[in-house]
Design a protein around this ligand. Structure first.
Ligand SMILES: [Zn+2]
Length: 193
């Protein structure tokens, strides 16, 4: 199945990168457009945000898992160019501090799933990643990781009703992070999906 992952990401020199990648060109094109629009919209609200991480290799995911920065050992949605972490700019520095609910609002209106509620705002979530947005539901991740599915331009996670329901049912069983996310601004203290 030809898609952005097979055609671009897997051919890129940074495929196995252990360092953080913030290049928007490794976001799937529609994802990239939505993220760029989201940044623009945040600016209209008076909030300056920056792209902190786009693509993440499997090796980097493993390294982050080993030092406790993520709960996902192997692949994540970042590996497919379908997730992005956005930080606030505070005093010229990227920061995890403050309220990221604006990101939830903007993600929802852009057709992106926000890590603050995973597309199911009425469910309780044991794992919250408020700087993270992605262009697929949690339930779709199984197919994405298996290589049997990749979103086309018409795909909208919020129309993916059956999958959203599955995500909502699944959510309570998700393993909580080892430590509650504290807005310290130190990235090693934050869990990432
Ligand atoms: Zn993320």
């Amino acid at each position: 199945m030809a898609n952005f992952y097979t055609d671009v990401i897997s051919q890129d020199a940074r495929f196995g990168s252990l360092t953080r990648v913030a290049d928007p060109s490794l976001l799937e094109p529609l994802m990239r457009q939505l993220v760029e629009h989201l940044i623009w919209s945040a600016r209209q609200m008076g909030i300056e945000v920056m792209v902190y991480e786009t693509y993440r290799s499997q090796d980097r995911q493993q390294a982050l898992f080993n030092n406790g920065a993520t709960k996902l050992r192997s692949v994540g949605v970042h590996h497919y160019g379908l997730a992005c972490d956005l930080l606030r700019m505070v005093g010229g520095e990227p920061s995890w501090k403050g309220d990221f609910s604006f990101l939830g609002q903007l993600a929802h209106s852009s057709g992106l799933i926000w890590g603050g509620d995973w597309g199911a705002p009425n469910s309780k979530h044991s794992f919250v990643d408020s700087v993270h947005v992605q262009r697929c539901t949690i339930a779709r991740q199984v197919d994405l990781f298996a290589g049997t599915w990749y979103p086309d331009d018409a795909y909208n996670p919020y129309d993916d009703g059956q999958h959203l329901l599955a995500a909502a049912i699944k959510a309570p069983a998700m393993k909580p992070p080892a430590k509650a996310v504290a807005p310290t601004g130190a990235r090693t203290k934050n869990k990432r999906a």
